[in-house]
Design a protein around this ligand. Sequence first.
Ligand code: NA7
Length: 545
Amino acid sequence: PASAPPRTVDALVIGAGFAGLYQLHCLRDRLGLSVQVLEAGGGVGGTWYWNRYPGARCDSESHSYAYYFDEALLQDWEWSERYPGQAEILRYLNHVADRFDLRRNIRLNARVTSAEYDAAGNRWRVRTEDGSHYVTTWLITAVGCLSAANVPNIPGRDDFAGQWYHTGQWPHEGVDFTGKRVGMVGTGSTGIQAAPVIAETATHLTVFQRTANYSIPARNAKLTDEFKAWARANTGEIRQVMHSSVNGHPWLVAERKVGDVTPEEREAIYQQGWDHGGLRFRANFRDLLTDKAANDTAAEFLRAQIRKVVKDPKTAAVLSDIDHPFATKRPPIDSYYFETFNRDNVSLVDLRESPIERITPNGILTSDGTEHPLDIIVFATGFDAMTGPLLRMDITGRDGLTLAEAWREGPKTYLGLQVVRFPNLFTLTGPGSPSVLTNMPVCIEQHVEWVTGCIAHLRANGVRTIEPAPDAVDRWVAHVNDAANATLMPQAGHSWYLGANVPGKPRVFMPYAGGMARYRATCADVAARGYDGFVLGTAGALETI
Ligand code: NA7
């Protein structure tokens, strides 16, 4: 109740997914702080609590999609498939919550509505939807990058007589597609995972495609005992590779360039990558993301595969008419996505030719005058990525400055972790960090450990406040832009990396494309030089009342 006195803690963490769980463990069990985690969901797990759509599965390989901070945890947990499915990851995160006795400091169903910095007391006041009130010195957001659902505001949506769902807010009881005509809007990673599974039970599936996409077969399979034994015996080496790689995956990008091999060799390498499956395809040559001519060779190989798989030439043409360079948008991986279009009960609508005009009570009406009759609409339309989850909370820093105002022209951070005039606020996997361009747990562990080390340092040295110096932020923002512009990625106009999928969102390339290993080294260097670029203040109360 609003009248109850606030609860006071040293640190408050928002979110109980991969990042929030580990941050709680580090601050409570390594630093001995009092910590409260507030989680909007009815369970722990973050992304994997909400994204229960058919076919939901991680694109990182299981043995790398895990915490690496605890050898006993690594040894005890056993993944069953090459890529972990949603239910298995959720079991894993619940196992971690139990194993490290985390639940006693996590409040579920506690959606944070506001966080306000009180300069006089040097503390944050955090409020939840149900009127609870917390006071904390350190405020850490662990809200994820892809957690604010983007449901397109298509006219007529509320008049639809059937059911509609967004994949990121999927009903826990599941959705029965038997006997239903289903329309799915969106062909990103999510739609590409969901379509083959929906098609298995639906009477008919209509896929509404706005932008054609590359996809590489995942080649998911049960893990063999040999592989499991290898992964267990080599955790140190796997960690080492993940830490030295550009994107935190357990492989390195090849040294060779496309031009170093003959066209025949190149095609054989691509074929091998296609047969092996997964995100690793893009690691075949080191210039795929920097040289358009090199990229064209991969793009053309992938378009040709679509034409080989899809039998109907018109459908194949629409699916393979891809206008962005390969991997400049997040490249999906799939299980029989293109094959799905060979089924009798699946059809494709090209929204570029005839966009959606409105939703009617009976289905979706496109501009060519066709009304596609539907019982269920699935919006696989993605997220207000990176900034969305932060801006949907009302965060206010010094002098009444809101985060929305501070980021009006796009997000500005130092290392993706801190914002000018928001002292003692740390934004894990925030914009300006490598986050979504990496295998997330690797990036998360680095962030959480860096923040933990930072708070330990500040406490040991009597520092009351930390916030970035404005010129350090300017330099970091420029560096993030330069890193993006050194790649082909900004060329994909429709990408959520740029905020282009959300109407009115500033077009800024949000993640740091300079590579995870380089980022890790930069952060370590900043800490080693006494938190260079940050302003450390000694005024203000640290011990909260
Ligand atoms: P994405 O990758 O943002 O994909 C969303 C898809 O929905 C994409 O094909 C969009 O087309 C399409 N979309 C979005 N809004 C509309 C409207 N209004 N009309 C038609 N089509 C629309 O989200 P995902 O959930 O698939 O994946 C997110 C990340 O999760 C993924 O990258 C992985 O990191 C895991 P567009 O391309 O914008 O034309």
